[in-house]
Design a protein around this ligand. Structure first.
Ligand SMILES: Cc1ncc(C[n+]2csc(CCOP(=O)(O)OP(=O)(O)O)c2C)c(N)n1
Length: 321
């Protein structure tokens, strides 16, 4: 189990990576913008700390933190955001579709809720193969009324699939408040299927780790799924598009209040000052090296645009697709 310093390091890595990614959107090096994970780092850090490398995750449109915490190379992830040939997915996945099977990252997914059934399938497959691997999936409060998420709850419970459902409840789905779109409760949805559910402080990496470790032990022990509702706050925009469009849906007071509990400071306070300074320096160098790696990398050759569309190597004929 990782110690306080290791958890702090993951939170720091995600925070600095996201800060630099936002700057690269502004510098027009990342096209199409990103959904910053800033503020929610405790959830990725705490949950992934409870997983083994061969466990698998599926992720969301706000997925950079999950991918980094699960162990993807930050330089190749940054290159992916910049659409470069050396990116995790050769620059073809971008911000919302990063995957790295070697680290158990089955993929981020831009379709709200769509990653939950994929993780459930992966969990079921692991069980059928006789493995004790587990699957963990992330989704936002905006996904909890999506049919596929509820279907995933049903099959996961019915088949005691070793899957952990992690809801990142940041209070908003784009510009819609959770209470304006969610009837009942989030934990109540899982409980209706007989799935144990807990509400967790999603700003505290160690609280998330403790809850996740329990859920992972349950799944690995053959006792089926768990839902963790991690209560959090998104510090930045829903999408970097907001930095220019500036829609007004959260009051400055609400944002200030939300930012007053910062996972970086909560975890940082648990680490000796000298250790924190050493980690900060290491992460600064790591992320700057990742940015340089990405900026120096070539864009994919347009002639290869139709390559890699099928896992078995099937090639689509130019002009047909
Ligand atoms: C099925 C589907 N419907 C709508 C969208 C458009 N969309 C993208 S993000 C988003 C809000 C998601 O909110 P939430 O799940 O709470 O995650 P958060 O953005 O807060 O992290 C929506 C509606 C989508 N990508 N997929």
């Amino acid at each position: 189990m990782p110690d306080s310093a290791a958890l702090y390091r993951t939170v720091r890595l995600i925070r600095r990576f996201e800060e630099r990614a936002v700057e690269l959107v502004r510098a027009k090096q990342i096209f199409g913008g990103i959904h910053p994970y800033t503020g929610q780092e405790a959830i990725a850090a705490g949950t992934c700390a409870a997983l083994r490398r061969d466990d698998v995750i599926t992720s969301t449109h706000r997925g950079h933190g999950h991918v980094l915490a699960k162990g993807a190379d930050p330089a190749r992830m940054m290159a992916e955001l910049l659409g470069r040939a050396t990116g995790l997915n050769r620059g073809r996945g971008g911000s919302m579709h990063a995957a790295d099977f070697s680290a158990g990252i089955l993929g981020a997914n831009a379709i709200v809720g769509a990653a939950a059934p994929i993780a459930t399938g992966a969990a079921w497959a692991a069980r059928r193969a006789g493995s004790d691997r587990v699957a963990l999936t992330y989704f936002g409060d905006g996904a909890v009324s999506q049919g596929v998420v509820l279907e995933a709850f049903n099959l996961a419970a019915l088949w005691t699939a070793p899957v952990i459902f992690v809801c990142e409840n940041n209070g908003w789905a784009t510009t819609t408040r959770t209470e304006d779109s969610v009837a009942g409760t989030i934990t109540g949805r899982a409980e209706a299927f007989g799935i144990p559910a807990a509400r967790v402080d999603g700003m505290d990496p160690e609280a998330v780790l403790a809850a996740a470790a329990e859920a992972v032990a349950r799944a690995r022990g053959g006792f089926g799924p768990t839902l963790l509702e991690c209560v959090t706050y998104r510090f930045d925009a829903h999408h970097t598009w907001e930095h220019t469009a500036r829609p007004r849906y959260r009051s400055p007071e609400e944002v200030e209040q939300g930012r007053s509990r910062d996972p970086l400071e909560i975890q940082g306070a648990r680490v000796p000052v000298a250790t924190r300074a050493r980690i900060d320096t290491e992460i600064e160098e790591l992320v700057e090296a990742a940015v340089r790696f990405a900026l120096d990398a070539p864009l994919p050759d347009p002639a290869t645009a139709l390559d890699h569309l099928y896992a078995d190597g099937t090639r689509v004929r130019a002009g047909v697709a």
